[in-house]
Ligand binder design. Sequence first.
Ligand code: FAD
Ligand code: EPU
Length: 352
Amino acid sequence: MYKKKCFYNQSLKNLNTFAIDVKAKQIVFVKTINNLIKISKKCKLYNIPYIILGEASNILFLKNYIGVVIFNRIKGIQITEQKNSWLIHVFSGEKWHNLVKLTLNLGIFGLENLALIPGRIGSAAIQNIGAYGLEFKDICEYVEILSLKNYKTIKIQKKFCQFSYRNSIFKSKYNHKYAVIKVGIKISKNWKPIIFSSLNNYIKKKNITAYQIFNIICQIRKNKLPDPKKTGNAGSFFKNPIVTKKKSQQLLSLYKNIPNCPQKNGLVKISAGWLIENYQFHNIQIGDASIYQKQKLILINKKNATSQDIITLARIIHSCILKKFHISLEPEIDFIGSFGKIYSSKFFNLKT
Ligand code: FAD
Ligand code: EPU
């Protein structure tokens, strides 16, 4: 569909999974690092803002973008074999799910729990994507970045990536200062299944294979999550809140069945979907923005929702959850204004 590389003053509706109808002054698809550097230099020369995106599956465009939206399509995969593991070097414009399928077909097992997550490889590292007991950080070896100041590349080893729940140094300190170019993924040859608690009902067999886990997870996700091709959404709108043990005990004494997951640092992750479901927002809808019925952590664009509809709905949810449970939900997605990223604290009171 997008054979041309460059568009002017076009709508981004088909190019963001929330299907928000905003325009960008220019839309470019880049396939090489040199091309990315060229565009970045030109934007700087003419003082035009630019933003690098993968599939725009974790963002909400708030307004028309006055600069260049760069969709990263820099591709390439190289696999090297080590004694006990596989090392996979992947350029950041590859599709995440394609890598999961490719490795599985090659008999390299270990990515199956992260099946069907939309988006590109670069964002997988930036977001530290996660699902069903596995996070990107668990299989990361390094992340290679390009300075958008001096255009030198730097390889950051995993221990310096500051990965945490849906976060990394690329999302915080290095945000918009570097482009993620390539990642290194290390997969042990000694495969062991990861059976996260929410998979227990589906997986009974002892000698389950990676293919079976892949298929089960694809099935669960297809049943539970809205397909962005049909219904606009960006996955979980809010993060699952991580609270103190004391706070989790207070909540559990009042609401015995809140799904909760103790963390290694003594804190406890609480299900935001449960909080929203149990607030009982009956068929709430703002314009065309609504809550997805099968998974309440996901906000949807039923057809022609504006970003304002989505923000208004999210603010209502945020303030109701704060009032009832004394928990301040933090958005999981990025907000993109006319000039670039806008911090969510602008819209939500993020303190409890
Ligand atoms: P984008 O939305 O395009 O970009 C995200 C951010 O990264 C932006 O700020 C962008 O500027 C920046 N960025 C992107 N590429 C680069 C680069 N190369 N260099 C520098 N900055 C860059 N996420 C999960 O973790 N687990 C899930 O299970 C999950 N399920 C989902 C289900 C659905 C239906 C949807 C729609 C989303 C889901 N997500 C999930 C969220 C989303 O898929 C991930 O966050 C994904 O990694 C985003 O990839 P993207 O390429 O679309 O990133
Ligand atoms: N729940 C409810 N009602 C809901 C949703 C969830 O009660 O509407 C409860 C249920 O008890 C359910 C539990 O919460 O068993 C967990 O729900 P689910 O497995 O759907 O996971 P989640 O915590 O809502 C997180 C990630 C997802 C990821 C899944 C699977 C975040 C913010 N979201 O959702 O990632 O796919 O786990 O592991 O951590 C995303 O980041 O965009 C995303 C979709």
